[in-house]
Ligand binder design. Structure first.
Ligand SMILES: [Zn+2]
Length: 264
């Protein structure tokens, strides 16, 4: 069957997606076994043809203080390696959010962040990359409001903790037990997408059918990215979970193709 998207892709018409990424994310810092450097490496290898990689800086301590307490930051700082990579990950999220003011982007970062709250962290997360990115944009006056869609298998408890009293940020966590319901919930979460200056998607690929969630197919990530980016092109996505290494690369490729389809 003739596939117009594929044809345009081979002609080089489709634009590459800006992807903040650093080799720092291949660091084997101290964390759990499943949240390993191979995750970043396998994705980076799979998306080379459609990604335009850019190196993010470390976020500053004042960026961290927008979302976290001094004591939480100090507790992460005890491990210099973790502190450095986690600040680079937050820097990648900030870069992706800044790019999204002009075009959609995807931050290939680790460690993930959505389980890091104002004064707690856990679930393989150290700092909340998503909220740090949005609070930096808010503090610079670059946006007035934002919508966060969290499609990870696990509830973004850290994100909720940080934004719950902030009327400028709406947080919507998608949870469902089967794929049609999941996709419908994404669609309804986007019903007022145009009323936000930016949309940040916390993308966990642990919802995948062969991962812990056992829900979504590879093509569903394409559909989700297409829905979000079509609803509001000022969209950035950051990597959260996803541990089924064999298919992690192709699932992220599918997601990026959904962004491209929305931009056609
Ligand atoms: Zn997760």
């Amino acid at each position: 069957m003739f596939d117009i998207g594929r044809a345009l892709w081979f002609k080089g018409v489709m634009k590459k997606i800006p992807v903040p990424y650093s080799e720092d994310f291949l660091t084997d810092y101290r964390t759990v076994d499943c949240e390993n450097p191979e995750r970043a490496w396998i994705i980076q290898s799979a998306i080379r043809e459609i990604a335009d990689f850019c190196e993010p800086s470390l976020c500053s301590r004042s960026d961290l203080l927008l979302c976290h307490t001094e004591s939480l930051i100090n507790s992460v700082e005890i491990d210099a390696e973790v502190y450095s990579v986690a600040r680079r990950a937050a820097g990648g999220a900030i870069m992706a959010a800044e790019i999204a003011l002009k075009q959609p982007s995807f931050a290939l970062i680790r460690p993930p962040g959505h389980h890091a709250g104002r004064n707690f962290n856990g679930g393989f997360c150290f700092f909340n990359n998503m909220t740090i990115a949005l609070y930096v944009l808010l503090s610079k006056g670059l946006i007035r409001n934002a919508l966060i869609i969290d499609i990870d298998l696990h509830y973004g408890n850290g994100t909720e903790d940080i934004v719950k009293d902030n009327p400028q940020i709406m947080f919507r966590n998608i949870h469902a037990f089967q794929r049609e319901e999941f996709l419908k919930k994404v669609e309804s979460a986007l019903s007022d997408a145009t009323s936000y200056d930016i949309i940040g998607c916390s993308a966990g690929f642990d919802t995948y059918v062969h991962d812990w969630g056992g829900i979504l197919l590879t093509d569903d990530y394409c559909e989700i990215a297409r829905m979000i980016t079509s609803a509001n092109p000022h969209t950035f996505t950051i990597l959260e979970g996803g541990y089924y290494i064999s298919d992690l690369g192709k699932n992220v490729v599918s997601y990026l193709k959904g962004i491209q389809e929305a931009c056609l």
